[in-house]
Ligand binder design. Structure first.
Ligand SMILES: [Zn+2]
Length: 263
C-alpha cells in the first residue's frame, strides 16, 4: 500500500476516538490527543523504512527514517547472534520479500520502544522534565500506527508474515499496490478511507445536533464496535476479486480534480 494510504487509513481509524474529546470542551485533553495523532501518523509510515528505495517516511519524517535504518540493521544483527529455536534467514527474507523485520510484530514493538526512548531523551533535553503520560501516548501511538500498517499490508498480495522471524504465518489479500492492469486502479484503499471517515462524520453530526453527549456510557463501546466492523469489512473485502474494485484510473483522476475545484 502507498504511504499516503497508510497515513489516511490509520488516521481515519484513530480520529473517531478523538472526536468526543474535542467536543468535550476540556482543553486538558488537547496535548494528549495531538501527541497521539502525531505518533500514529509517524507510526503508520515507520515500517516501510525496511523497504528499498525512499519511502514517504524519508520525505516527511527524515529524522525517524535516519533512526530506523541503522536500528533495523542493529535488530537484524542482534537476532543473527542469538541462538533462537528457529533458523533465521533474515537478510534473505528482507531482500526477496522487500519486507523485513520491521514488518513484523516484534519489529514494531522494538522500534516503538526505541523511538519513544529517543523522543523522551529529546524532550528531557529541551524541558528538563519528563511527562510520563505524554511518553506513554507517544509509545502507544507509534505501536498502534505500526500495527495498523501491518493490518493494511495484510490486505495486499505481498501480505505480512505475522510470525516473522520465528515462523511463517503469511496473511495476505488481493490488493496490488501498483496496478495489475494498465490504466485500472484498485479503488479499495479509497473505499476503506471513506468507510472509516463515515464514522467520524456521523460522530461530528451527532455531537453538533446534540444527539450524543460525552458522558454517555455507551459512547466508547459504540465507537469500538463501529471501527471494528469497518475493519472486518476492510479485511474481508481485500480477499475478494470483483471487477468492481478495478476502475478506470483516468476517470478517478478527473473526478478528484472536479471535486477539488468545487471546493
Ligand atoms: Zn509496508
Amino acid at each position: 500500500m502507498l504511504g499516503r494510504e497508510h497515513v489516511s487509513i490509520s488516521v481515519a481509524t484513530v480520529i473517531p476516538f478523538i472526536v468526543p474529546l474535542i467536543f468535550s470542551g476540556n482543553v486538558d485533553y488537547q496535548l494528549y490527543y495531538i501527541t497521539l495523532l502525531i505518533a500514529v501518523t509517524v507510526g503508520s509510515l515507520t515500517p516501510d523504512a525496511d523497504c528499498g528505495g525512499k519511502p514517504k517516511l524519508y520525505y516527511d519524517f527524515k529524522l525517524v527514517y535516519d533512526i530506523m535504518v541503522p536500528l533495523q540493521k542493529a535488530v537484524i544483527f542482534a537476532f543473527k547472534n542469538l541462538s533462537l529455536k528457529y533458523e533465521l534467514n533474515l537478510e534473505h527474507e528482507v531482500n526477496s520479500r522487500h519486507r523485513g523485520i520491521m514488518h513484523a510484530p516484534i519489529g514494531i514493538f522494538i522500534s516503538s520502544l526505541i523511538l519513544t526512548l529517543i523522543a523522551a531523551i529529546i524532550g528531557f533535553a529541551i524541558y528538563q522534565a519528563i511527562n510520563a503520560a505524554i511518553i506513554l501516548f507517544i509509545f502507544l501511538g507509534l505501536l498502534f500506527g505500526q500495527f495498523l500498517h501491518l493490518l493494511e499490508d495484510s490486505c495486499t498480495v505481498a501480505g505480512i508474515n505475522w510470525k516473522f522471524p520465528f515462523g511463517t504465518k503469511l496473511v495476505n489479500g488481493k490488493i496490488h499496490t501498483f496496478p495489475k492492469i494498465k490504466g485500472k486502479k484498485d479503488i479499495r484503499p479509497m473505499v476503506y478511507q471513506q468507510t472509516l471517515w463515515l464514522i467520524t462524520i456521523l460522530l461530528v453530526l451527532g455531537f453538533s445536533f446534540d444527539i450524543i453527549d460525552f458522558s454517555q456510557w455507551s459512547l466508547y463501546p459504540l465507537i469500538v464496535v463501529s471501527v471494528t466492523a469497518a475493519w472486518v469489512f476492510i479485511i474481508l473485502a481485500s480477499r475478494t476479486d470483483y471487477g468492481f474494485w478495478y476502475q478506470d484510473a483516468g476517470k478517478i483522476r478527473k473526478a478528484r480534480k472536479s471535486a477539488k475545484r468545487s471546493f
